[in-house]
Design a protein around this ligand. Structure first.
Ligand code: GLY
Length: 395
């Protein structure tokens, strides 16, 4: 996977920033129609957004983009776009292998479970040409919720099935059931339970917590998970994959799929299956999707907001930053609370121009928050334009 260094990112944005205009820099629009208070805005971050947006306006078709965890599958999606041109097949070709991958702990099989140690998955799809969509929420035992969402879209006149009904629908349609827990995700859940339960096991601050953890990590393979387990216990992830595609003719599709917030309350559904939040595609404009803290996205209908901003003429990156700005506004620009989560938006317009914005610049492992792009010359990672420097998700 390509490492996006901070130095390279700042060099590329510096070049674009020279060309940024004052109109774009101050262009944030709030839901009440008033411009953002410039004294509260982050001039550096907004300038960066405008610069990246400018660079992104020269789009190419076909083009396919995704959250960074789709990087290694974008080539497959591009092959579909080049051969059949079917954009729904293309986006599913990217996300289904991630759903199948036991090592991606935020999506499908191997996704981290809820507080009851049950994996509940959310997904939705949207097809531009037919203006149709389908979604599933809190589905259990089915590793490919994106495929179930597609079946809902194509074979029913409903758009959204949840819980037991969604699982039963999938079984009736021939999907196989399986346990979605892996040894790794189950062990992580046990560690989380140990860290949070008052009665059941000692907490993280208990004198013998490391002994308890050592008992859980009783093989060399499990011992290697220790740093990761400590990270997901302290910072429950909301990782997800969103993928958007446009073919040579300009037809578009999108998908978002996730195991949602780790350790969530049973039945919690995030933004990923919500049409207009975790995903929105309008054939006349473009598509947008999101990863990160779903509750914050739902409150601003982020996917729809990004597409509407592009309809008004914003570049994909600026439109994504507008959505981030609305979340920041909801928190009265209080960085100490914004620090508690992360959030990213991705956008692709029908001309093949793309962009992304992130609330924070860095992941917990120190990598720059990035997205994956393939517009004909091979898959590559591109830095998301950050609102703030630093790391989110610090509970
Ligand atoms: N964005 C994924 C979730 O919050 O469930």
């Amino acid at each position: 996977m390509e490492k996006v260094t901070r130095r390279r990112f700042f060099l590329s944005t510096l070049a674009g920033g020279v060309a940024a205009t004052a109109t774009n820099v101050c262009g944030a629009i709030w839901p009440n129609g008033k411009a953002a208070d410039a004294s509260l805005a982050e001039p550096k971050a907004l300038q960066t957004a405008s610069a990246a947006g400018r660079l992104a306006t020269a789009g190419r078709r076909p083009c396919i983009i995704s959250a960074l965890n789709g990087l290694h599958h974008l080539e497959t999606g591009m092959q579909v776009l080049r051969t059949t041109g079917d954009t729904m097949d293309a986006v599913l070709a990217v996300v289904v292998p991630v759903e199948d991958d036991p090592n991606d702990n935020t999506v499908g099989y191997g996704g981290l479970p809820n507080e009851d140690c049950v994996v509940q998955l959310d997904a939705c799809v949207m097809h531009g040409p037919t203006k149709k969509c389908g979604a599933v929420g809190a589905i259990e035992k089915i590793k490919n919720p994106s495929k179930v969402a597609r079946v809902i879209m194509e074979r029913t006149n409903h758009t959204f099935l949840v819980g037991q009904g969604a699982t039963q629908f999938a079984i009736d349609e021939g999907f196989e059931t399986m346990s979605l827990l892996t040894d790794k995700s189950r062990t992580a859940w046990l560690a989380w339970k140990a860290a949070t339960s008052k009665d059941w096991r000692p907490g993280l601050d208990a004198p013998d917590f490391n002994k308890q953890l050592a008992e859980l990590l009783d093989t060399p393979e499990r011992q290697a998970w220790e740093p990761w387990i400590k990270d997901v216990v302290a910072h429950p992830p909301t990782g997800t994959i969103n993928c958007l595609a446009v073919n040579e003719k300009g037809e578009m599709s999108g998908v978002t799929t996730t195991s949602g917030l780790a350790w969530k309350i049973s039945g919690r559904v995030g933004d990923s299956p919500i049409i207009g939040a975790g995903l929105f595609v309008d054939q006349e404009v473009g598509g947008a999707g999101s990863t990160g803290r779903g509750e914050e996205n739902i409150k601003i209908a982020g996917g729809h907001t990004v597409v509407e901003m592009m309809r008004r003429g914003m570049s994909p990156t600026d439109a994504c930053m507008e959505a981030i700005d609305r979340v920041v506004h909801n928190y009265d620009f209080d960085r100490s609370r914004l620090k508690m989560f992360d959030l990213q938006f991705y956008a692709l317009n029908k001309d093949g121009a793309h962009g992304a914005a992130a609330l924070w610049s860095d992941r917990h492992d120190g990598e720059t928050i990035s997205y994956a792009v393939h517009d004909g010359s091979g898959p590559r990672a591109v830095a998301c334009t950050p609102k703030f420097e630093g790391t989110g998700g610090d509970y």
